[in-house]
Write a protein that binds this ligand. Structure first.
Ligand SMILES: C[S@@+](CC[C@H](N)C(=O)[O-])C[C@H]1O[C@@H](n2cnc3c(N)ncnc32)[C@H](O)[C@@H]1O
Length: 214
């Protein structure tokens, strides 16, 4: 029985990284429910204005896209995700906004964003840090490149779980590994904020600004 549970867990974990097919669709919807608190919190923290152009990287089943589109009434929401299954599901969830051209979703790779430089007022990413944490330079550089001067990057992730002895990404990791990398790329006002507990997972957001041209 333990063996069967392990196999199932391994399959599920694969779909958390890049959901595919029917199982991926199931996991995508499960993530919408599981990540509800931090998704709402991240969107409110992003302080999106009606005219903003916002990019979400790794949008999954598209719940944050839906919340962002409600705020950008005169702007645009773009999204990029590696999974064709998630692109399809997020387009379904945001069918009206996609149809009228206020939401644009496409399949793609975060390490090679298919956008011109200086394009977005905000770049947001939720629960994606895990697959780029060990080598954050390329993705952070891409995020920086596509932000407008004065634009803000905000990414949210779980750094630990209540009751566990150690956090997986403790404050030292963030301060020694992530903040210096962001500053070397050019981000200013780099900081982190603690978010709401979500199913006993501790939530953190990292924020940085691309300096305005003086
Ligand atoms: C853990 S899920 C999080 C989904 C959603 N943000 C949420 O919180 O429910 C990670 C998402 O990142 C996407 N992803 C994985 N690797 C990627 C890459 N290299 N470029 C773009 N998206 C990627 C996956 O397809 C998946 O939808």
């Amino acid at each position: 029985m333990i063996q069967i549970n392990r196999v199932f867990e391994t399959i599920l974990n694969k779909h958390y990284v890049c959901p595919q097919g029917a199982m991926g669709r199931f996991v995508g919807e499960q993530m919408v429910r599981q990540h509800a608190k931090e998704t709402t919190w991240t969107v409110s923290l992003a302080d999106v204005r009606p005219t903003d152009h916002v990019l979400e990287i790794g949008f999954g089943a598209g719940k944050a896209i839906e919340l962002l589109a409600k705020k950008t009434t005169q702007g645009l929401v773009y999204g990029i995700d590696l999974s064709a299954t998630m692109v399809k599901r997020a387009k379904e969830r945001n069918a009206y906004a996609v149809r009228v051209g206020r939401v644009r979703l496409q399949q793609g790779e975060a390490a090679q964003l298919p956008f011109e430089e200086h394009h977005f007022d905000k770049v947001v990413s939720i629960h994606t840090f895990y697959w780029w944490a060990e080598d954050p330079h390329t993705i952070l550089s891409e995020m920086f490149r596509v932000l407008k001067p004065g634009g803000t990057l905000l990414f949210t992730f779980s750094h630990g779980k209540v009751g566990e002895e150690r956090d997986y990404y403790d404050q030292t990791f963030i301060e020694e590994h992530v903040f210096p990398r962001m500053k070397s790329i050019g981000f200013t006002a780099v900081s982190s904020r603690s978010g709401p507990l979500s199913r006993q997972f501790k939530i953190l957001a990292v924020v940085g600004t691309k300096p305005s041209v003086s």
